[in-house]
Each structure stands twice: as C-alpha cells, then as structure tokens.
Design a protein around this ligand. Structure first.
Ligand code: FAD
Length: 402
C-alpha cells in the first residue's frame, strides 16, 4: 500500500462508472502526467450483475461481450420475432468487465488502488480531502460513484444533501420507485429457447398492484436468464418472484436446473437528474454513475450512458474546458416524470401503456426514444398512440405539485 497524501484524481468505487472513467482518463492520456487513486470498499467484487445495452456496435473492448441478439420477441404480443437492425442487444457479465478493465488499468503506473471504504469526502476550498479508516489524502478532483456512510464528524449526511441541492430544484417531488428483479440462469432438459431473440417485457405474469413483467435472455436453446421484474414503490420479494418464475418455467414444459441467481434493485427516480449542462469551475466533487444521473429513471438502463459520459468528461479535462454533467433535455426528463407518476399512482395501468407502446411503434423508434434521440414529431406519434388522458392527468398533477 502506498502512503501518498496527494493524487491529482480520486475515483471512489471501482464499479461500472468508476472503471469506465478510469479507462477514459487513461485513453485520453490524462494519466501520463497525473496520478489517480481508485478506492473500492468491496475486496471480493466478482460477478455481481450482468449488463445489457442496445447499440449499433458493441462498446470497446468488445471481448467483454458474451452474447449478442439481433431480434426481439414480445412474447405476449406476437409469436414472431422482430429484427432490431441496425441495433443489437448486447450482454456482458460484470466479472468480465471488471477483469478486462482492471487488467488494462493495472499496467498504468500512475494508478494507485486502495481496497478501503471511503468514510469522508470534504471539499476544503482548493482541494478535496478523502478519508478512509486508515488513510487520508487530498485530490484536485474526486469522482464519486458511491457516497460515504453518514459519519459522526460530518453533519447529518451533508454530502448527500449537497448532492441533491446541486442538482434538484427544491420544489421537485420526491418521486421514487424501484425496479427490482430476481433472475434465474436456467439450464433446461430440452431445447425450448430461441437463442437468436431476446424478450424485453413479457406481461403475461400476475400484476398484483404493480407493473410486472418477465425478461428473457436465451444464451442457447437450452440455457437462458429469465428475470421477474417489478416497477413499484415496494421491492419484489424473493418468494413472489419465485412463484412467477416457476409458472413461467412450467409453461416451457420441461425440467430445468437453476445455475445462478441474480437479485437486484435499481432506483427509478428523477432525483439524480442533472438540471445543469456544465459543472462550475470550482466544483471538485463530481458525481458519476447512478449518483450523477446516468440511470434513465423509467428504464433502469445506464451502463452505456456511463461510458459515453466518461469519454466526454475525459475529453473536457484534457482540453481544459468546462466539465459536462449528464444533463438530459428537459422534455425527456418530463416524459420520465409523467410515466413515473402513473406507475406510482396507477400501477395497474403500466402493463397497458407498455403493451400499447410495443404494439404500435417500431422497435427501432422505441429504442431511439429510450436513448432520447427521437424528434418531437416522433414523440407526438408515440404519445398519440398511448392512453393520452392518463399522461395529461399526470402532467396536470405534476404542474400542480411545482
Ligand atoms: C443487478 C443489476 C443489474 C443491472 N443491469 C443493468 C443492465 O443490464 N443495463 C444497464 O444499463 N444498467 C443496469 N443496471 C444499472 C446500472 O448500470 C448499474 O447499477 C451500475 O453498476 C451502476 O454503476 P455505478 O458506477 O453507479 O455503481 P456501481 O457499479 O454499484 O459501483 C459503485 C462502487 O462503489 C463501491 N463503494 C460503495 N461504497 C463505497 C465506499 N464508501 N467507499 C469505496 N467504495 C464504495 C461499491 O462496492 C461499488 O463497487 C443494473 C443494476 C443492477 C443492480
């Protein structure tokens, strides 16, 4: 363990956004003259999740991709799969991502790794002070993908409050749902999966008072990840998920064994949205990943956005320009709020909305809409085919809450 007391940059958390950013700093030559400390509390980080994203080409390094699908099934809407072209849907295991990027970063002698929990981060006017239980150091800039736990020497969650004060308008509503899921990686006794097509939202599951669906990623004709997913204010419990997963697998009509289980929850909230396009010059604590607003509140996807943001951040640092945030255009933030409000107040209508979306729109337009790349005309075309009254009511409620 080195005992340096200064690094030009610190990244807290060697998860998705932390490693993407370290990789971008390295690639843009910023570590030729600067030092970087990467501090991660979890010494045993392994295959703790799988990541999927759609894109026209895979994110580099492409060896991380473990499976690619070129078509999609909407199982309860049609018996035919639909081509995703020009997109593919990519899958990678987090273990491959961690090991691939870490082994690349390990070759850089300007990077210092610390396996410790950050317990305090303080902006001390010209630098940032970072503390763990056994070390204390300063950095010009600290990129935070994880908040330190509340500490007795720091007033009541000061950092968390500061995080929200900087990004959220004080009157914004505390809309908050969970995208929670339990997935089984199953191996079946017969060839029951079509490995060329994935399925994103199969609503042929009990809804309860939530919006719930099954997600299926077939790796071969006899192996798939099937995942029960809930959008709701309460997380899906394991027994609830298991019941639906069993029904789902029973319908495949053969025996199976469960090789892996994936359990997770992603916040669905506009609270992390960045309302400003750029950071001010004296902001030295920079939020990345989930905390920086990478996750789209209505989908839970953020992996690709984290990579794109890392590139932009590194480029701006290199050119000594104003640092960008993960700002999203106002209208897309508003659409997310309107849908989240509906999912929170009338969760039983979620199924109808998503089914109508998939039934009436080409998949490519849906993916572009979710990537926030559609035009206003296309968005009108989308909303005009959705239960528009629900959205107008949601808009009225939202405006009244401001
Ligand atoms: C199970 C699961 C599956 C997901 N699947 C997808 C997907 O398919 N596609 C997609 O786009 N998004 C997905 N997401 C959403 C999102 O991409 C991930 O949550 C992503 O990992 C978030 O990246 P992050 O850098 O913000 O946080 P993380 O990847 O969680 O990284 C934060 C890191 O900080 C560390 N840490 C925490 N506290 C401290 C501390 N005090 N000091 C030091 N280190 C600390 C943690 O150990 C962790 O390694 C998924 C999320 C989950 C939970």
């Amino acid at each position: 363990m080195d005992n340096q007391t200064f690094y030009n940059f610190t990244i807290t958390g060697a998860g998705a956004s932390g490693l993407w950013l370290a990789n971008a700093l390295l690639q843009h030559g910023l570590l030729d003259t600067n030092t970087l400390c990467i501090v991660e509390s979890d010494a045993n980080k392994a295959n703790d999740r799988t990541w999927c994203y759609w894109a026209t080409k895979p994110l580099a390094p492409t060896v991380m991709v473990s499976k690619e699908w070129q078509s999609i099934f909407q199982l309860n809407l049609s018996s035919h799969s639909v081509s995703l072209a020009p997109y593919s849907y990519y899958h990678l295991r987090s273990a491959d991502f961690y090991s691939e990027l870490k082994s690349k970063l390990a070759k850089c002698t300007s990077i210092y790794w610390r396996n410790e929990e950050v317990i305090e981060v303080n902006d001390v006017s010209t630098q940032v002070d970072v503390k763990t239980k056994s070390h204390n150091w300063q950095s010009d800039r600290v990129f935070l993908s994880a908040l330190p736990p509340p500490s007795p020497t720091q007033d009541d969650n000061k950092l968390a409050n500061q995080r929200f004060l900087k990004t959220q308008s004080p009157s914004a509503s505390p809309l908050f749902l969970w995208q929670s899921f339990v997935g089984w990686r199953v191996e079946t006794s017969q060839k029951v999966f079509d490995e060329s097509s994935m399925s994103m939202m199969d609503f042929n599951v009990a809804q309860g008072n939530y919006t719930q669906f099954m997600y299926e990623l077939p790796f071969s004709s006899g192996e798939a990840l099937v995942e029960m997913t809930r959008f709701g204010t309460e997380k899906l419990s394991i027994p609830e998920a298991e019941e639906e997963l069993k029904h789902y697998m029973d319908r495949k009509g053969c025996s199976y064994k469960i090789n892996e289980v994936e359990i997770g929850a992603i916040p669905m909230t506009p609270q992390f949205d960045m309302h400003r396009k750029y950071l001010t010059q004296n902001e030295r604590i920079i939020y990345i990943g989930t905390l920086g607003g990478a996750i789209k509140p209505t989908t839970g996807f953020g992996f690709k956005r984290m990579q794109v943001y890392s590139e932009k951040l590194a480029q701006a640092l290199k050119e000594n320009k104003a640092l960008p945030t993960m700002h999203r255009p106002y209208r897309f933030r508003l659409y997310d709020i309107l849908l989240l409000r509906i999912l929170e107040n009338q969760p039983d209508r979620g199924k109808e909305i998503f089914e109508q979306l998939f039934r009436t729109q080409p998949i490519q337009r849906i993916l572009r809409f979710l990537d926030e790349e559609t035009s206003i005309l296309e968005e009108i075309a989308i909303f005009s085919r959705l239960p528009i009254r629900l959205f107008l009511k949601s808009l009225t409620d939202h405006l009244l809450s401001l």
